[in-house]
Design a protein around this ligand. Structure first.
Ligand code: COA
Length: 254
């Protein structure tokens, strides 16, 4: 199993556990994440969710080989189910991010309530570099958070950014030494567990209320474009180049 789901002391931990592939996310892993979030939404024993990898890697994003061989087809695909579940989860979500957080590894953070990063965290959103477009409503949420120009640097140029910059744009609450990250994130989740659950749920619902429908609509729009672009020759060249460990050549495409 490459996602571990552990429920303890009111916290559901969803853990990326595929270190040899930098925790790249396959369709099966998206399904496990979606199930963990959907179950947490209704399970009275869960009062907070913690998403994490290890103290050296969060996730390299979509598994490019799995995407190439097994592309998502519609709104009921595991990746889309995961995005709906994380963006509508009524319970608080804490994320602990260390090392690489690529693509969806960063865009999923826009839907978390508390985000803690290790000093070694490095994010990037290389959608355009892969012949794709943003997902997870990041084309809406990142410009709203960071401003259009800073978002454009990340979403058009795919320029990587470190934990300090992520904190400066408001994507991260606090930056910690890697060895302290998971313990600190757990302690913050434990604080949420101690609070009256109905107050936590109501506060989260009120904070997200206005954005739920625009976020859902943008996700559908991005999803349709993303799926079409996955089949494009540009994306196939980018994915093959990554897997063959060479530079992509986009010169033959107009
Ligand atoms: N999909 C599939 N396999 C991936 C992957 C991904 N997104 N990211 C890493 N891997 C695999 C590598 O192919 C490699 O496999 P191998 O050992 O069988 O050759 C293994 O994981 C280790 O990756 P490697 O690139 O050697 O690690 P690194 O520490 O040098 O670099 C990253 C880490 C995350 C910066 C780099 O792997 C990367 O850029 N990955 C692609 C990220 C990406 O484009 N994601 C999609 C966003 S939509």
């Amino acid at each position: 199993m490459t996602i571990r789901t552990e429920v303890r002391d009111g916290i559901c931990e969803l853990v990326f556990d595929r270190a040899e592939k930098k925790n790249a996310i396959t369709a099966a892993m998206y399904a496990a994440l979606a199930e963990g979030l959907e179950r947490s939404a209704t399970d009275g024993a869960v009062r907070a969710v913690l998403i994490r990898g290890s103290d050296s890697v969060f996730t390299a994003g979509n598994d490019l080989e799995d995407f190439l061989n097994n592309p998502p087809h519609g709104d009921d695909s595991p990746v889309f189910r995961f995005l709906v579940a994380i963006s509508t989860c009524p319970k608080p979500i804490v994320a602990a991010v260390a090392g690489p957080a690529v693509g969806v590894g960063t865009t999923m953070l826009l839907h978390c309530d508390l985000v803690y990063a290790a000093e070694n965290a490095r994010r990037s959103l290389p959608f355009a570099q892969l012949g794709l477009c943003p997902e997870a409503a990041s084309s809406l949420l990142l410009p709203a958070l960071a401003g259009h120009q800073r978002a454009a640097e990340k979403l058009l140029l795919g320029e990587p950014f470190d934990a300090a910059e992520a904190k400066a744009i408001g994507l991260v609450n606090r930056v910690l030494p890697a060895v302290e990250l998971i313990g600190y994130a757990r302690a913050q989740a434990a604080k949420l567990v101690q609070l009256p659950a109905s107050s936590v749920r109501t506060t989260k619902r009120l904070m997200k209320g206005d954005r739920l429908e625009p976020v859902a609509a943008r996700m559908r729009e991005e999803g349709a474009a993303f799926r079409a672009m996955l089949a494009s020759p540009e994306a196939r060249e980018a994915f093959s180049a990554f897997l063959q460990k060479r530079k992509p050549d986009f010169s033959k495409f107009e």
